[in-house]
Design a protein around this ligand. Sequence first.
Ligand SMILES: [Zn+2]
Length: 91
Amino acid sequence: MIYIRENGEIKPVYELDYYSVCPQCGEEVNVTDEYLDGELPDVWGTSVYCPRCSAAFAEKRDFIISNIGQAVKRMSNEELTIVKDLTADNI
Ligand SMILES: [Zn+2]
């Protein structure tokens, strides 16, 4: 067991509260087991979006998924090439 000592008291690391800062808005987020899925995170490389930003991203994603088919049908080959180039680095 890995633990910390706080005021002489031993606390297992899995009983600690973890926090992160939302990379979108800067709000502090209490990172609960719901986010961590029972595993300790990469403490330097993990960012957690706050519930408000997560909901906003999900709404935008759902809108794009619902409308991408119709949008692509209306695009010219040149526009499709631009979109392909823009998204290639992000996939
Ligand atoms: Zn946020």
